[in-house]
Write a protein that binds this ligand. Sequence first.
Ligand code: ATP
Ligand code: LTN
Length: 330
Amino acid sequence: MKRVLTGIQPSGHITLGNYLGAIRPLIQLQQDDDVELLVFIADLHAITVPQDRQALKKNIKELAALYLACGLDLNKAHMFIQSEVPCHNQLGWVMECNSYIGELERMTQFKDKKQKQTEGISAGLLTYPPLMAADILLYDADLVPVGEDQKQHLEITRNLAERFNNKYSETFKVPEPYILKNGARIMSLVDPTKKMSKSDANPKAYITLLDDINIAKKKIKSAVTDSDGNIKYDVINKPGISNLLTIYSALTNISISELETKYQDSNYQTFKEDLANIVACFLTKIQSKFNYYINDSELDLVLNSGRDYAYHYASRKIQKVYRKVGLGRN
Ligand code: ATP
Ligand code: LTN
């Protein structure tokens, strides 16, 4: 049985980027009979940057409903909230004490987020990767579906697992990242050289799964492209149109080269209108399911049972780790 694990921060409504980079691969992997999914809401990670209390609470619940709306199959998946399983903090600390400040300071996400902060930078922003490593290693995950931006964090997770195994004897499974070729790095709609991010200050940069349909269509239609008018995939010279081609291809499963042929005699306006309709259709489906799950009292029960399942597994791992490190009395 393969164990697939992933988490998303409840730092806003999830974007098309989050969906295509992290959720769609998860849904694909769950088709496999021999697979178990652990999916969590990374609220401890979200507070590495300032969060409004009420908004955070709301985002946590909405993210849970969105996972289900995207097709998470509860016969295969356990969904839980990270902060409700204290083993994450426990292993996170041990991982922190096995990480080097130098390697954490080299993380691209730390450097990017540090630059964006206007006020004090939290220590948590620096020590985020050992917590993420703990999230994964607690459960002996085999595969971790993530977007391209998390590749570096997966590498440090693998290093930490190997470092611990070498120092204290075999304890953790070394996980593999699962990064799709198409859709693992969706770019901002206003600056296609930057990653689409749910915490971008400009809401035109991203489409969230809960955006008003007409607003989402407008965002596609006003997405920044270039002036040459050819619908060709060329990330270096035509990042805007390449990004839109990627979104189109990932949502429809039509290859990029087929799309180039289909639109070879069209202009950007026609292409964007078609894509706007595809996005609208996708969002409409997700939102109608979301409206069902967010009002369903079962959602809490699902999160309770996910928490209990996760705790059962993770607490045994923590005991083992504490014992190997020499903590406490056992
Ligand atoms: P924040 O802006 O708060 O940092 P984010 O939008 O970057 O959030 P995360 O919660 O950090 O999203 O990421 C959740 C998952 O979505 C991760 O697996 C991440 O790699 C993936 N992801 C994030 N942005 C994109 C993107 N633009 N394209 C593809 N995958 C993405
Ligand atoms: N760091 C991830 C969210 C995250 C995660 C994880 C993803 C936290 N813990 C464990 C996969 C596995 C991010 O997307 N920013």
